[in-house]
Design a protein. Structure first.
Ligand SMILES: [Zn+2]
Length: 385
């Protein structure tokens, strides 16, 4: 299912191709987040036009609304939302542990109250895999326990043990035809726990491996460290996925650390704050300095928004709360992420990734800095996108 085509000589970056029931995916790849069966503000045609090859859906949210009866009757999520290409589904573990009101953690899952109406629900390895089977995703994720940043070593150890046990249970569940299942490595920023968890999960044998427990509010150096502590224990011949990351500069740096797959809500979330990503960093389109700027968001950008509209017009739309404004910023930002990954793949194919990385980082003002100044810092993965 995964062909490792090339490995970079200056870093751990890899060029690969992933085969799924709904098509092949060139890696490194960015996966736009469609938590609630929609990538916020974008329709499938726009996603296809900007080069999207796989999107994310979410087990927790979809199981609550529209619910499994509707998804079953619709013939799965691809048909329900009219998306023809691959879908990866998150297992719901992250949402249960971060969103829901947990009642009781039990041997085979978690009893919790819905964040929506307080109804009592239960989700565990068996239930999560069954939902993902009904959804019909191309890649299902195991149900894991993702502790928050700042959890004590004892809590992280308990989460790792639960994650390993639940992964084994997920492994035994029936799958949708051709569905791949990825294991998840937890362990916070504890090297020994990361290694232990990675060895156990890899020992069970999955189609790919995710580095979980990142993008949970930890500082950037800690996030990089967690990836560096995990990567050496993942098999080279299978895809690696860093969950919920990251800023454009972080994506470049994570590719250099051997990661192949990414998902992040930032492109569409910051769009709703009036922020656009450019090769020089994130810029506020709402800012007064764009009032009479009749250039596109970024010169040379081939997205629908930059081909047609000026910063001055988009700023106006945002200021008067016209939906078109946030739609066009979502188009540009998502296109920017997808184009960045395409550029990374081209540089890997032509063996110039080292130079690409150096140049990109040199020009890019860290998103963190810009967003902090705007008071909209990167928050942990928000399932509502
Ligand atoms: Zn653009």
């Amino acid at each position: 299912m995964f062909d490792l085509l090339k490995t970079d000589s200056t870093s751990k970056a890899r060029l690969g191709r992933l085969t799924t029931p709904h098509g092949t995916i060139d890696t490194p790849v960015f996966m736009p987040v469609g938590t609630q069966a929609s990538v916020k503000a974008l329709d499938p045609r726009e996603l296809l036009e900007m080069g999207t090859r796989i999107i994310l859906g979410n087990t927790y949210h979809l199981s609550i609304r529209p619910g499994m009866d509707i998804l079953r009757a619709a013939g799965g999520l691809h048909r329900f939302m009219n998306w023809p290409l691959p879908i990866l589904t998150d297992s719901g573990g992250f949402q249960v542990f971060s969103l829901a009101k947990i009642r009781k953690i039990q041997a085979h899952g978690v009893q919790f109250r819905s964040h929506l109406d307080g109804s009592l629900l239960f989700l565990g390895p068996k239930e999560s895999m069954e939902i993902q089977r009904t959804i019909g995703s191309d890649i299902a994720m195991v149900f894991d326990d993702c502790p928050p940043h700042g959890a004590t070593p004892r809590e992280v150890r308990a989460a790792v043990e639960r994650t390993m046990r639940w992964a084994a249970e997920c492994r035994e569940q029936p799958r949708a035809p051709g569905q791949h299942v990825f294991g998840i490595v937890q362990g916070g920023s504890h090297a020994a726990l990361r290694e232990e968890c990675a060895r156990a999960i890899v020992g069970l044998g999955f189609d790919g491996y995710a580095i979980g427990g990142v993008s949970v509010g930890e500082p950037e150096p800690e996030m990089f460290l967690a990836v560096e502590q995990t990567e050496p224990f993942l098999p080279a011949g299978q895809p690696r996925y860093a969950m919920g990351l990251g800023t454009p500069a972080q994506l470049v740096e994570l590719v250099a650390r051997g990661v192949d797959m990414f998902d992040c809500v930032l492109p569409t979330r910051v769009a709703r704050n009036g922020t656009a990503f450019t090769t020089q960093g994130a810029v506020s389109i709402k800012g007064g300095f764009n009032k009479a700027d009749f250039r596109p968001i970024e010169e040379g950008c081939e997205c629908f928004a930059c081909q047609r509209f000026t910063r001055a017009y988009l700023r106006h739309l945002l200021n008067v709360n016209e939906i078109l404004g946030l739609r066009m910023l979502s188009v540009h930002n998502s296109h920017f992420y997808l184009k960045l990954m395409a550029d990374i793949r081209h540089s890997l194919a032509s063996e110039t990734f080292g130079e690409f990385r150096r140049r990109f980082i040199a020009h890019y003002v860290p998103t963190r800095k810009v967003l902090r100044e705007r008071g909209a810092g990167q928050r942990p993965r928000d399932p509502a996108g």
